[in-house]
Ligand binder design. Structure first.
Ligand SMILES: Nc1nc2[nH]cnc2c(=O)[nH]1
Length: 338
């Protein structure tokens, strides 16, 4: 494989000049530049990122410590992070730790050893041992993407899940529903918990009480939505509307309704959350709350780069604003005032 010395010899310049041409770190005359690029092309030379990193003390890599890329929601956020990194000239190292503490510890050590310039964290659950571990790496610029509360050692993003849960429920109420059930995401995750709190707040504000059997604590999985809907359909009284804490939950709930011959929205209205990519193709197309995933990814990276490049030392928190996306899975309820 050709080395920088071969390129310099071929172009008739010093290795320092070759380095300046590649890294654009000093003025070099146009004809010298052209000779260097011609030599690089002819010798098929690839500059060593390792050598460059040693020189400039950065690696142009970002680590993403994530829970998993298996669910559509996480897959879409991760894809958006990768696209944002690519646009800014950074390589993303994805570490799916599956909420396993040992794996999280190993990945954090590996990312530190690889000298990533910064770290994004999207672990969905933050038990104290993980927080302690993250704090141990506070010398690496870090941004927690799904924690929601202001922290004194990382930047973070408030996704306003409470407002989103409220928005979804308020919409059902405004459409004339009073008998509203919910199938939640994990309540030990920030997203699941806040959305559920928003749901409860909207009911309380409208002075609506619902039976305990209409609150189904579940998980962000279609089969949990499926089981949840089966329980609701077997309840002593059937609700007229359902708020699902995530679109994947709604996917399972719609499937269960279909299998039981229950029509959505005629027999029961369903609203989801996240606006994952294919909700338009659910049957019926799902009304949901848009979680701005691209914005989340871009904001997270911009804030992290601000820390890395501008050496910002203060901690920052930014907000996302969920919005209603109306499709066909909600119809007017019995209490609609016309
Ligand atoms: N685990 C998980 N967390 C989420 N938070 C928001 N949506 C999701 C999801 O689909 N899965």
């Amino acid at each position: 494989m050709a080395t920088i010395k071969d390129v310099a010899k071929h172009a008739g310049v010093s290795t320092t000049t070759v380095s300046h041409v590649i890294n654009k770190t000093r003025f070099v005359a146009e004809d010298t530049k052209a000779a260097v690029w011609a030599a690089i092309k002819q010798l098929n030379y690839s500059p060593s990122a390792v050598a460059r990193s040693l020189k400039v003390n950065n690696t142009k890599t970002i680590g993403l410590l994530a829970a998993s890329s298996g669910s559509p929601y996480f897959a879409e956020v991760i894809q958006a992070v990768e696209a944002a990194c690519y646009k800014k000239g950074y390589t993303l190292i994805l570490c799916n730790a599956q909420n396993n503490l040992e794996k999280q510890e190993a990945y954090l050590a590996m990312l530190a050893q690889k000298r990533v310039d910064g770290m994004l964290v999207m672990c969905s659950e933050y038990p104290t041992p993980l927080l302690n571990m993250l704090q141990n790496y506070h010398n690496i610029p870090m941004m927690v993407m799904d924690w929601g509360k202001h922290s004194d050692f990382t930047d973070n993003i408030e996704d306003n899940g409470f407002h989103g849960g409220y928005l979804a429920t308020r919409y059902l109420i405004d459409r004339g529903h009073r008998e509203i059930a919910t199938i939640t995401g994990q309540l030990n995750e920030h997203t699941g918990r806040e959305r559920h709190k928003g749901f409860l707040h909207a009911l309380k504000e409208a002075k609506i009480t619902i039976p305990d059997e209409w609150v189904i604590e579940a998980d962000f999985h279609p089969h949990e939505g499926y089981e949840g809907m089966m329980k609701l359909l077997a309840a002593s009284k059937r609700p007229t509307a359902l708020f699902c804490g995530g679109d994947v939950i709604a996917m399972g709930a719609l499937c269960a309704a279909g299998e039981m011959g229950i029509r959505v929205p005629e027999d029961i209205s369903v609203i989801g959350y996240d606006n994952i990519r294919n909700t338009r193709f659910f049957n019926p197309p799902l009304t949901t709350i848009q979680q701005p995933k691209e914005t989340l990814a871009e904001m997270a990276l911009d804030m992290l780069l601000d820390k890395i490049i501008n050496k910002r030392e203060t901690y920052n928190s930014i907000e996302l604003h969920p919005e209603l996306v109306e499709r066909n899975s909600v119809t007017d309820g019995p209490f609609l005032k016309k």
